[in-house]
Write a protein that binds this ligand. Structure first.
Ligand code: SAT
Ligand code: MN
Length: 588
């Protein structure tokens, strides 16, 4: 008798009408075959799906060019279809589930004609972890099949694990016609189901990532008492060899991958990598908060990545251990057959094709690589991978960092007074927008816990859930806000960032272990400047003070912005958040 999984795949095949169905086993041999198909048979426009790069410089490297209209997440086409709109909240687009299915059935009918349907069984989380989830995604493009193999634990074992069960997470994906007018990313949290059509790009198409591990999982977390968060996980080893684990939430393209791979400029300190994008946080039997990374790959922003900013990443891209490594929408050096992007060191190559494959003209600020061009690479390549990465229990978190891109106002590092105040700091987090989603770049938007585009339910309830989590923890992590991006009057970054960020992290670790005091300000606790380890850094006292300046009048505007943001959640906003805002106002 057919299993529920087989029945489900059969039903989707009746709807989408592929020419064949390919059950993937996740093997390397299979990945080679799929890449071959992507190079020789499947196309987007005139381009093959994959172009083989210089294998000496970039072992296992392939370049993928997406459809020109399909280069970032499309938040306006992303819906969370709860039974009622109030459950989705003002932070989500909502459609009635029945209506959404009718609309998508129309768009999906026969959409895989002439194509292969890849069946991808995968695990989010270590298979032995009590927190892991079994999932299956269907897709009709080799790029997505291969990307999912890099990002998740894919293979036959998952099919066996699912067995006769029905409660696996389901994802149906088709690139359709790549038509932005027929593109939707629809979530059905009640059914653990995501249905995505019309895009092959990142978070729109790799359904294990934002769609499941954040939007659907955050809803599951609300029901089951845990958190699915947009966070890096790292361990910081101090000169005594003790490792303190931190999780850090930052919006897309604000340096999460750089933080996860940070190479310390402080002697004796070392950062161990556990994850660069997603953390599932559970209350452990010891009353501490434990984090696992459900993914096994990195999907990072290429432009700006160089031997200077992130040498660890550059080595990772060339490590050649796990097949393959993908570069999406990078430029191509036609002389060397290597990928290229803005911000790579050295001279700009003379013979480049741009991210769409056209000869590149260096004029009018014309970018060769797309600003949201990405690499996809196994975390096994990372030489700083923590030995705890494979521990099914995860790691205990001592501090949570919340950051954004703020050219003004927000100090380098601030500690919340307590868990509740930390939740307030997270809830009022803002960031200047980037190229990771299609919207105007550089505008301030509120992005609580960097989850605005990823929280699968009403954020008013989400803040309440965070407050409840604090109650369940015997020793809740301390919560900090960080901002590497503050600028001076001339628009220059005051703080050098990258490897030097270890100095802010060291202060955080010192706070966690009670080694240093702090100075109280209206917005939270900031370092006594003498406690910051700045040896070997070229930063004048005056500029250092600028990093921590708090101008009450400028904060008045911030308070107004937070108030306006909170208001939209109406009755669902916990009173405690309003209380924290009133206190902030009074203190200023
Ligand atoms: O496209 S993704 O959502 O996977 C990457 C990002 O925006 O963070
Ligand atoms: Mn992300």
């Amino acid at each position: 008798m057919a299993t529920p999984l087989e029945n489900w795949v059969e039903e989707q095949a009746m709807l989408t009408e592929p020419k064949r169905i390919w059950w993937c086993d996740g093997s390397e041999e299979e990945a080679h075959r799929i890449i071959e198909i992507g190079m020789n048979e499947e196309k987007i426009g005139n381009h093959p799906i994959f172009h083989k790069l210089n294998q000496t410089a970039y072992p296992f490297g392939y370049l993928h060019r997406s459809h020109p209209t399909d280069v970032a997440r499309t938040e306006h086409l992303t819906y969370v279809c709860h039974s009622e709109g109030t459950l989705a909240g003002p932070n989500n687009n909502w459609m009635d589930p029945g209506e959404a299915k009718e609309l998508l059935t129309g768009l999906t009918k026969g959409c895989m004609k002439g194509r292969t349907m890849y069946v991808l069984p995968y695990m989010m989380g270590h298979p032995d972890s009590p927190y892991a989830k079994a999932c299956v995604q269907l897709t009709d493009v080799s790029y997505v099949a291969i990307s999912m193999r890099i990002m998740t634990r894919m293979g036959k074992k998952v099919t066996e694990k699912i067995g006769k069960r029905e409660d696996f997470f389901k994802g149906l994906h088709s690139v359709g016609e790549f038509d932005p007018n027929r593109r939707f990313i629809m979530h059905f949290p009640g059914e653990h189901f995501v249905w995505s059509i019309g895009s092959g790009y990142g978070g729109n198409a790799l359904l294990g990532k934002k769609c499941f591990s954040l939007r659907i999982a955050s809803w599951q977390g609300l029901k089951e008492g845990w958190l699915a968060e947009h966070m890096v996980i790292i361990g910081i080893e101090d000169p005594d060899g003790n490792i303190t684990y931190l999780a850090a939430a930052m919006p897309s393209a604000c340096g999460k991958t750089n933080l996860a791979m940070l190479e310390s400029t402080l002697p004796g300190y070392k950062v161990w990598t556990l994850g660069d994008d997603i953390a599932w946080l559970n209350v452990g039997p010891d009353g501490r908060l434990w984090a696992i990374n459900p993914e096994i790959g990195l999907f990072g922003v290429a432009p700006g990545t160089s031997m200077k900013t992130n040498p660890n990443m550059m080595r990772t891209l060339k490590a050649g251990k796990f097949f393959p490594v993908l570069f999406t929408n990078a430029a191509l050096n036609l002389d060397t057959n290597e990928p290229w992007w803005e911000g790579m060191e050295g001279e700009v190559p003379g013979n480049l094709s741009d991210w769409q494959g056209n000869p590149w003209e260096n004029s009018n600020g014309n970018k060769a690589a797309h600003p949201n061009s990405r690499f996809t690479v196994s975390i096994e390549h990372v030489s700083t991978l923590s030995k705890e990465f494979k521990n099914p229990k995860g790691v205990p978190i001592s501090a949570i960092l919340i950051g954004g891109r703020r050219s003004q106002l927000i100090p380098l590092v601030v500690e919340g007074f307590n868990w509740q105040h930390g939740v307030f700091i997270g809830a009022s987090n803002g960031s200047e927008t980037t190229a990771a989603a299609l919207h105007k770049i550089g505008v301030l938007r509120r992005d609580p816990m960097a989850m605005l585009p990823f929280c699968g339910y009403n954020m008013g309830h989400y803040f309440g859930h965070w407050l409840n989590m604090g109650e369940k923890l015997a020793s809740p992590p301390r919560i900090f806000s960080v901002n590497w991006f503050r600028m001076d009057e001339n628009g220059e970054f005051i703080w050098p960032g990258f490897g030097e960020n270890i100095r802010a992290l060291k202060w955080i670790v010192d706070r966690v272990h009670g080694r240093v005091g702090a100075r109280e300000t209206p917005v939270g606790l900031v370092p006594h400047l003498k406690d910051l380890e700045l040896d070997g850094m070229n930063l004048s006292e005056e500029r250092l003070e600028k990093l921590f300046e708090i101008h009450p009048r400028a904060w008045d505007d911030e308070v107004l912005g937070i108030e306006k943001f909170f208001e939209q959640f109406g009755q669902t906003m916990p009173e405690m958040m309003w209380g924290a805002l009133r206190t902030l106002k009074a203190n200023l």
